[in-house]
Design a protein around this ligand. Structure first.
Ligand SMILES: C[S@@+](CC[C@H](N)C(=O)[O-])C[C@H]1O[C@@H](n2cnc3c(N)ncnc32)[C@H](O)[C@@H]1O
Length: 331
C-alpha cells in the first residue's frame, strides 16, 4: 500500500474519533442543504473554476473553437451549470445538453448565463427515473420515462457524470451512478470520447473497479486515464474526478458492449430490489474485473490515486491543526 494511502487511512480514523471534526462536517452539510441565492451563485462560480482546473490538469478536455470541428458535450447532473458554463465560454461554437433534477423537485437552480443558453439544451429529468434499459417486467407500471432522444445519440465529444445524490433523496446513489454510466456507454462517439466522472473513496474496491473499467475503455496512451482532485473542491472530502480520454473508440468498443450489457442487467436488478434497498452490494460490480485482474491493476491504481490521497490528507491535517490538535509523531 502506498504511503499516501496509509497516511490517509490513519487520518480517516482520527476523523471518526474527533468530535470537533464530526461537528465541522455536519455544519458543512447544513450549509449545503440550506443554500441561499447568493450561495448558489458562489457554488456556480466555484464549479466553473473546478472545471477549468480539470481542463488545465488534463491538457485539455475542451478544445478552443475550430470552425472545422464541432464540439458537443453532455453534462449529467449539470445544475447550477458551472461546468457547462466554462465549456460554452472556452469553446465559442460548442453546443451541449445538460440533464439535471428539476428545481421543483429539489434540484439545484439553472444559472447558466442567458447569452449562451442558445447553445445549451437543459432537460429537467430525474436520472434515476429514466428507462435507461428495457426492464424485464411490464413497462406500464414501472414509473419510468423513456430516454430523451438526446441521450441515445452517439455524438458527444465530452461526457460529464457529476449527478450527485442530494441529501433529501434517500437511497438513490447507486441507481444514479449506474444510470449515468449506462447513458455514458450509450452516447460515446465511435472515434472515442472524453469522460469526466466524479468518484469518491478511491481506495474502495467498487471505485477501484470503476477506475479499472475506465482504464479498459480509454485509449492505450500515457495519461489517457487520470485521477484529479481540484484544489477548489472540498479537499477534506473523499471525492475526486476521473478523466478518461478516447473512451469507447477503436477496439475498445468490444469492452464497451460487454460493460453496457452488464450494467443494464445490474440496473434491472436494482429496480427489482426496490423494497430491499438499493445500495451497492459487494459483488454488484464484480463483472467489471476479476480478483486477479484487480490485483494486476493494483500498482497502476496506487500511482493513479496517490495525489488524490495526498491532497485529502494535507487538507485533513490542516483542519486538525486549526483545531489545535496535536499530531501523532509518525504522520
Ligand atoms: C454537484 S452538483 C453538479 C454541479 C455541476 N457539475 C455544475 O457544474 O454546476 C450535482 C447535481 O446533480 C443533480 N442531481 C442529483 N440527483 C439527480 C437525479 N436523480 N437526476 C438528475 N440530477 C440529479 C443535483 O440537482 C445537482 O444539480
Amino acid at each position: 500500500m502506498s504511503t499516501e494511502l496509509q497516511t490517509l487511512l490513519r487520518l480517516k480514523q482520527r476523523v471518526y474519533r474527533d468530535p470537533r471534526m464530526r461537528s465541522h462536517i455536519s455544519e458543512q452539510q447544513v450549509t449545503a442543504d440550506t443554500a441561499s441565492d447568493d450561495l448558489a451563485q458562489f457554488w456556480f462560480k466555484k464549479m466553473r473554476k473546478i472545471f477549468q482546473q480539470i481542463d488545465d490538469y488534463a491538457k485539455w478536455v475542451v478544445p478552443f473553437a475550430n470552425a472545422e470541428r464541432d464540439f458537443r458535450f453532455l453534462d449529467l447532473g449539470c445544475c447550477p451549470g458551472g461546468f457547462s458554463s466554462y465549456i460554452l465560454a472556452k469553446n465559442k461554437i460548442s453546443t451541449g445538453v445538460g440533464v439535471s433534477l428539476d428545481p421543483k423537485s429539489g434540484g439545484h437552480a439553472y444559472l447558466i448565463d442567458e447569452t449562451v443558453q442558445d447553445r445549451h439544451t437543459i432537460l429537467f429529468r430525474d436520472i434515476t427515473k429514466l428507462r435507461v434499459a428495457e426492464p424485464a417486467v411490464t413497462r406500464i407500471s414501472d414509473g419510468l420515462v423513456d430516454l430523451p432522444d438526446e441521450l441515445t445519440r452517439r455524438e458527444y465529444d465530452l461526457i460529464i457524470l457529476d449527478g450527485h445524490q442530494l441529501r433529501n433523496q434517500k437511497d438513490k446513489e447507486a441507481l444514479l451512478v449506474i444510470s449515468q454510466i449506462i447513458i455514458m456507454l450509450k452516447t460515446t462517439k465511435a472515434a472515442g470520447s472524453t469522460v469526466v466522472m466524479k468518484l469518491s473513496n478511491a481506495e474502495t474496491t467498487s471505485t477501484k473497479r470503476l477506475l479499472f473499467m475506465l482504464d479498459m475503455l480509454s485509449a492505450d496512451k500515457p495519461r489517457s486515464l487520470m485521477a484529479y482532485k481540484p484544489y477548489k473542491m472540498h479537499r477534506e472530502k473523499a471525492t475526486f474526478y476521473a478523466i478518461a480520454k478516447g473512451v469507447g473508440g477503436g477496439k475498445r468498443q468490444q469492452h464497451q458492449a460487454y460493460y453496457l450489457k452488464h450494467f443494464e442487467e445490474l440496473w434491472k436488478k436494482m429496480l427489482e430490489r426496490r423494497s430491499s434497498g438499493r445500495e451497492f452490494r459487494s459483488d454488484d460490480l464484480a463483472f467489471i474485473a476479476s480478483e486477479d485482474e484487480l490485483e494486476l491493476f493494483g500498482q497502476k491504481h496506487q500511482e493513479l490515486c496517490a495525489d488524490v490521497w495526498k491532497v485529502q490528507s494535507e487538507a485533513l491535517l490542516s483542519r486538525f491543526a486549526s483545531f489545535e490538535t496535536t499530531y501523532p509523531k509518525d504522520l
